[in-house]
Design a protein around this ligand. Structure first.
Ligand SMILES: Nc1ncnc2c1ncn2[C@@H]1O[C@H](COP(=O)(O)OP(=O)(O)OP(=O)(O)O)[C@@H](O)[C@H]1O
Length: 520
């Protein structure tokens, strides 16, 4: 096996005056940032500020329009990601890239460029054990990746980069699918490596808590420009927020008005299979009333995906019933339209948009309703839909109104929606789903990966929907979000509702214990 860790240790990476243009749009405007060797550097910025673009320029995914990258003070040609890897630059993403059906050891060995055609597994595992002992990470090498918890998977992703010889690592929102305890463990280990001088880290994050707890330095981007940089210890969270947004953040939670009315959604004695095919989702009773937000709390993988699939008609019930406004509901597209049920799934770019179509078209049509069933304007009238298609000017005008009303940052309504940053795709999807009459709104992790301003905007919109009488089911892995927004919450554990409580006054520690499957 080739020596995985380079003995030279952490390297310095510097962006020098990087400008990146996409057509006439300037995503990065002469951005410079020095990531000191052995430092843990946070990269902050609102959605669309240019963080991913900067990182892609550093890692050789994009060729910058102008400017350059220095590695240990020497100009480096970042012509491709392979090139960056040869120089010791690696990247860990928000979502996992491991092959789920292979073991940890298999994933590590096949990631190597020089992986032999015939592999002596005993020797490889012994070498991997020895390698792992030089790092703070401990993972079961012979376990299949799909049997690992999220925190362990993220450890393997980082370990893989170390194994490939990375001495500079970009972490792109690495903790978004981890519990706070897992996040602290993973980032604590990463920090130990930087402190030992083995690794330099650049972490994209929206979580100030993590910046404060783990980062030495921070660089803040706003609309493609550096608005601040410095030692974290010298800056308050307010300072950093101000650099990000150009104003002090408003942290008051959205105002709740009115009291819940009659039941809109009810699940009774529902039974369905789970994704693994071995377990079961079993919900005896779950109700959401008009003008009420019910939060579904739980650690990811405890039935949230299956619950969403049941509600959207993608998972059949083995038993039990689902009612909307007192009548049985099977969640077909036609029913959803007629009963004014709307969904905001996770990862809307993938699950609720046509990425190559324009922002305006995506605002006008619910693409998962495609196939002649599209609901043009939220009223569900086919004739109006046809008229809508013909009325491009009307569509553009309506898009402009939604773009302004929901503060969607796009260079134009005609731009393909896939060119928008994550937060702006989310706003666009919510803008579309909240247009017209909505009796039931089902949302899943609506603020995943979003910055403050976007989080605030999206939460306000959800609260407004509640205040105007919509029944909202909020499935979220973010307990704080549920405590801020929900009237009532349930905890989902291993496919079952194991606890229910009003949100006001609920004790997060006790809820954490329920989420972990322990009785409080
Ligand atoms: N391939 C592209 N073509 C056109 N515009 C793009 C492209 N990639 C990014 N942009 C634009 O560049 C800007 C910066 O996007 P980027 O993805 O770097 O932001 P970000 O700070 O990473 O945001 P987020 O926190 O939402 O991930 C955005 O306005 C985006 O619409």
């Amino acid at each position: 096996m080739s020596a995985p860790m380079d003995p030279e240790g952490a390297i310095e990476v510097e962006a020098v005056g990087i400008t990146m243009r996409f057509g006439e749009f300037t995503a990065l405007d002469a951005v410079s940032a020095r990531i000191r060797p052995g430092s843990f550097h946070a990269l902050l910025g609102e959605n669309g500020a240019g963080k991913s673009t900067l990182v892609k320029c550093l890692m050789g995914f994009y060729r910058a329009t102008s400017g350059g990258v220095l590695v240990d003070g020497r100009e480096a040609r970042m012509a491709s990601p392979a090139n960056a890897q040869r120089l010791g630059l690696g990247m860990v993403y928000q979502h996992f890239t491991l092959v789920p059906s292979l073991t940890v050891a298999e994933n590590l060995v096949i990631s190597r460029r020089d992986a032999p055609a015939r592999i002596d597994w005993n020797a490889e595992i012994a070498a991997l054990e020895a390698f792992m002992a030089t790092t703070p990470f401990r993972v079961p090498l012979t376990r299949r990746v799909d049997r690992l918890a999220a925190g362990e998977k993220q450890k393997v992703e980082i370990l893989k980069q170390l194994y490939l010889g990375s001495r500079f690592m970009v972490l792109d929102e690495p903790t978004s699918v981890l519990t706070p305890a897992e996040a602290d463990e993973v980032l604590g280990h990463v920090r130990a490596l930087t402190q030992a001088g083995r690794l330099t880290v650049l972490m994209i994050t929206h979580k100030f808590r993590e910046v404060r707890a783990f980062a030495d330095d921070v660089t803040v981007l706003r609309r493609g420009q550096v608005t601040g940089t410095g030692r974290v210890a010298d800056l308050s969270s307010d300072d950093m927020a101000q650099m990000m947004m150009g104003a002090r953040p408003d942290t008051t939670p959205p105002a709740r008005r009115g009291t819940p009315k009659g039941v809109v959604l009810s699940l009774t004695d529902v039974r369905a299979g789970d994704r693994s095919g071995h377990g079961e989702v079993a919900i005896d009773a779950l109700n959401v009333r008009a003008g009420e937000i019910v939060g579904v709390a739980g650690i990811s993988g405890n039935g949230q995906v299956e619950l969403m699939e049941i509600l959207t008609g993608q998972r059949q019930l083995r038993a039990g019933r689902m009612d909307v406004a007192g009548a049985p509901y099977r969640a077909t597209r036609a029913e959803a339209r007629a009963r004014h049920v709307r969904y905001l799934p996770e990862e809307p770019l993938r699950n609720a948009c046509a990425p190559r179509m324009s922002v305006a078209e995506n605002l006008a049509f619910r693409v998962f309703d495609a196939g002649g069933d599209g609901d043009a304007d939220g009223t569900g009238e086919g004739a109006r839909k046809r008229r809508f298609w013909l009325d491009r000017r009307g569509m553009m005008a309506r898009a402009e109104t939604l773009i302004e009303g929901f503060d969607i940052r796009t260079r134009s309504a005609r731009a393909p929606i896939r060119d928008l940053s994550g937060g702006n795709v989310q706003r666009a999807a919510l803008a579309r789903e909240l247009t017209g009459k909505v009796d039931l709104l089902v949302v899943s992790n609506p603020c995943f990966g979003l910055d403050f301003a976007a989080v605030r905007a999206i939460r306000e919109r959800i609260m407004e929907a509640r205040n105007s009488g919509t029944a909202v089911l909020l499935i979220s892995e973010d307990l704080d979000e549920i405590l801020d927004l929900a009237d009532r919450l349930v905890v989902l554990s291993e496919g079952r509702v194991i606890h229910e409580t009003p949100a006001a006054g609920a004790d997060p520690k006790a809820l954490g214990r329920y989420m972990a499957g322990q009785a409080a």
